[in-house]
Design a protein around this ligand. Structure first.
Ligand code: SF4
Length: 333
């Protein structure tokens, strides 16, 4: 089901003289580890498997490599987000390669997407290979498919992650609607930041969905949390410690803005956000500068607001709600 880029891996091992390596995989790809293990054994490379969670390309077990004195990290399921790392890292992207009949998908999509002919296409790294097939199929039925180049955290044309939709933002003025190939999670993230209809095709579930209703519900809840936040005085500004979530400059800026608006604010660190992390803390609410999706998807687990930086600016009256929603500023500030 997944393509493993083993030839490239072999070259990386040879170039970096890797003898002992850490392998890190997200939950959905852990079943591939025995296959990697066999390959590494053949190359006389000792493997250690990381059990730490990884939710994105921001979340690499570089510290484990350093602590164990290993030669490098094989990180599965995500593409590179940073230019350099403290240790050699190989991103085994594991693109999905199951032969899904695209003609059928395109027919179903064409019935659904009746609001214009120009369709913006984007996909998560696992489904990126589907984009070229979809482009050809859409052209055959008279639609105009468009993809955009990637951004700071996305290396490929048409690629998106849960927090970087640059490839969509770059083309949004040229399309009538957007099709995300990936999960509803990615579709919702896109839909919160653009003012065009966003559809999701999930190849694993073979399901097509529109995101509008869910996004409107999420935004209603976010608005309510902003209102709660306005009356709070003691606040924590969360700084992520994961390698791709360390935005200390942004956290300090937010802390200063809160202080200017008469609030007490401290910087607090988060690795994986759990209920325990925030328990017994002397704060009534938080601003989250780590993974933005913690505020969207994980807010439900907490009794206090976890505002995004953009939402915080709304709460203190520096920007307007209507200028932020359905725009990239929701995630970017
Ligand atoms: S910061 Fe969050 S949304 Fe962005 S890549 Fe990491 S886990 Fe995904």
């Amino acid at each position: 089901m997944y393509k493993l880029e083993l030839e490239e891996l072999r070259r990386w091992i040879a170039k970096n003289n890797i003898r002992k390596v850490l392998v890190q995989a997200p939950f959905g790809l852990r079943s591939l580890i025995p296959e990697i293990s066999k390959y590494l054994e053949e190359m006389n490379v000792e493997m250690v498997v990381s059990t730490s969670n990884t939710w994105g390309g921001c979340d690499l077990a570089v510290n484990e490599v350093l602590k164990l004195g290993l030669d490098g990290l094989i990180h599965m399921g995500h593409s590179a987000m940073l230019q350099t790392y403290e240790v050699p890292v190989f991103h085994l992207e594991c693109r999905f390669s199951d032969g899904i009949p695209m003609e059928d998908i395109v027919e179903r999509l064409a019935k659904l997407i009746d609001r214009g002919k120009r369709i913006g296409l984007a996909a998560t790294i696992q489904y990126l290979d589907y984009l070229n097939i979809l482009i050809e199929e859409f052209k055959k039925i008279g639609l105009t498919p468009i993809t955009g180049s990637g951004g700071a955290k996305t290396r490929y044309r048409g690629q998106i992650t849960g927090c970087d939709y640059t490839s969509i933002w770059r083309i949004i003025d040229k399309v009538d609607n957007i099709l995300v190939v990936g999960s509803m999670f990615h579709g919702i993230g896109a839909a919160m930041t653009v003012d065009k209809p966003v559809y999701v095709f999930d190849p694993e579930l073979n399901r097509i969905r529109e995101t509008g209703i869910e996004v409107r519900e999420i935004l209603k809840r976010r608005y309510a949390w902003i209102e709660v936040f306005k009356n709070l005085k003691k606040l924590g500004v969360i700084v992520g410690t994961k390698i791709g979530q360390r935005k200390i400059g942004l956290a300090k800026m937010i802390k200063n803005i809160l202080k200017e608006h008469g609030k007490e604010a401290h910087l607090v660190t988060i690795d994986d956000l759990t209920e325990e992390c925030l328990s017994n803390m002397p704060y009534e609410g938080y601003v989250n500068t780590a993974c933005p999706r913690l505020s969207i998807e994980d807010q439900i687990r907490f009794k206090v607001p976890l505002l995004l930086p953009s939402e915080t600016l709304i709460a203190v009256g520096k920007v307007k709600w209507e200028d932020i929603i359905y725009s990239p500023r929701y995630l970017l500030v």
